[in-house]
Write a protein that binds this ligand. Structure first.
Ligand SMILES: Cc1cc2nc3c(=O)[nH]c(=O)nc-3n(C[C@H](O)[C@H](O)[C@H](O)COP(=O)(O)O)c2cc1C
Length: 394
């Protein structure tokens, strides 16, 4: 009998991912930094928010379609860019196909394992993500390559703080994949024979290079070389952001905004969207959960930019909570990575279906016809939940 690939929650996908991929790869997805305060806080904060459902008044049909940065999407959930998708041979291409199959957009990391051209071919609704790495010419070249490939928006992520210590230990990621590394990693690989077999079928081991940091058609530098260059690049200023936005000219998101004052400066710099985000808790540990920062940021910028949220979204009801508190849509990180690690493209589709089903169920319970009708009155927010970071009086 064929194996039932379907899973009913993201938690189950995570459990399956843990069993399917090598321990170090699983640990790389888990991420977090320092004590893990922020990564755990992102998830836990959603538990504090409740719903106020109606007993009668549910509507027969519920509408979930919206737009993000000019792209029509069938549900208010898009793929957040993540750089560790070589956990699966099809990596970002599998994710892009899954997102396209479910009618949504894909954020592609500049540290992705697949070239932007292949990803856009799989999903034309691709936003290319850029880190501030190298000089302006190098950054412009990367953006222009993405444009030429057909990327329909740019996501600029500037919140990375190079925090590398974890109390539970970091995975050992090899510098390069060669015979020596393969032999060294073999014992770990042998504990996951199915995963090994999937890679063996491709006849190509993971390259651990970053093709989108180079010119089209080139293999790209090894991950750690690019990472080192990034560490050595002076951090961007608001003028740099305004420059890149001007150069790009199209839909442009600044990802990682947690403060009201930064959100307002992002508006001044001309961005079209922001993501209220702490990089999934992989950064400056002790930063509050992004959902706590969302209401004040959304209120401060109003309709001037699109406000998205990422961090801790694991079910459709989390999406509804974020929308009720001011987000236009959310971006998924680990949730789809667990799906990818567990079941490849089908696993990512499964995760998006869980989001769809969960949003639909919450809308029904709340008696809402559309995601556009959600507001703060639909959720119970305990006193002291919201953190207004960078508010004028603080
Ligand atoms: C393993 C991993 C790699 C990531 N790589 C990137 C990246 O390359 N670029 C980026 O902008 N964000 C990156 N992120 C952050 C995600 O885009 C997103 O902000 C975060 O995962 C959201 O939190 P969640 O995982 O709880 O959904 C990464 C996150 C994880 C877990």
């Amino acid at each position: 009998m064929a194996r039932d690939k379907w899973f009913e929650t993201v938690s189950i996908a995570q459990e399956r991912a843990k069993k399917r991929i090598p321990k170090s790869a699983y640990s790389a997805l888990l991420g977090g930094s320092e004590k893990g305060l922020t990564v755990n806080g992102n998830n836990a904060a959603f538990n504090e928010l409740g719903f106020a459902p109606h007993v009668i008044g549910a509507l027969e049909k519920r509408d979930m379609a919206t737009t993000v940065m000019g792209q029509e999407i069938s549900l208010p959930v898009i793929i957040s860019p993540t750089g560790v998708q070589a956990i699966h041979p099809d990596g970002e291409v599998a994710v892009a196909r899954a997102a396209a199959a479910r009618g949504t957009a894909m954020g592609l990391s500049s540290f992705a394992s697949k070239p932007v051209e292949e990803v856009v071919a799989a999903n034309p609704k691709t936003f290319f993500q850029i880190y501030w790495l190298g000089d302006r010419d190098a950054i412009a070249a990367r953006a222009e390559r993405a444009r030429a490939a057909g990327a329909v928006g740019l996501i600029v992520t500037t919140d990375w703080s190079f925090s590398h210590g974890r109390d539970w230990g970091s995975p050992k990621i090899p510098e390069a994949m060669n015979l020596k590394t393969a032999i060294k990693m073999m014992p770990e690989g042998l504990t996951r024979p199915r995963w090994l077999f999937e890679w063996a079928k491709t006849m190509k081991p993971p390259t651990l290079t970053v093709p989108n940091q180079a010119a089209k058609g080139e293999q790209g530098p090894p991950f750690f070389q690019a990472y080192g260059e990034w560490m050595g690049t002076p951090p961007p200023t608001w003028e740099d952001i305004a420059w890149l936005r001007e150069l790009w000219g199209g839909p442009f998101m600044l990802k990682g905004v947690m403060r009201i004052d930064d959100a307002k400066r992002a508006v001044d710099a001309g961005v079209s969207a922001i993501s209220v985000s702490n990089h999934g808790g992989n950064n400056l540990d002790g930063t509050p959960a992004s959902i706590r920062a969302l209401p004040a940021v959304a209120e401060a910028v109003g309709d001037q930019v699109e406000v998205l949220l990422d961090g801790g979204i694991r079910r459709g009801s989390d999406v509804v909570k974020a929308l009720a508190l001011g987000a236009r849509a959310v971006m998924l990180g680990r949730a789809y990575l667990w799906g990818l690690a567990a079941e490849g493209q089908a696993g990512v589709e499964n995760v998006l279906d869980l989001m769809h089903g969960g949003i639909d169920s919450a809308l029904r319970g709340l008696g809402k016809a559309s995601v556009h009708d959600l507001n703060a009155g639909d959720v119970l927010v305990p006193d002291g939940f919201v953190r207004a970071l960078g508010a004028p009086e603080s």
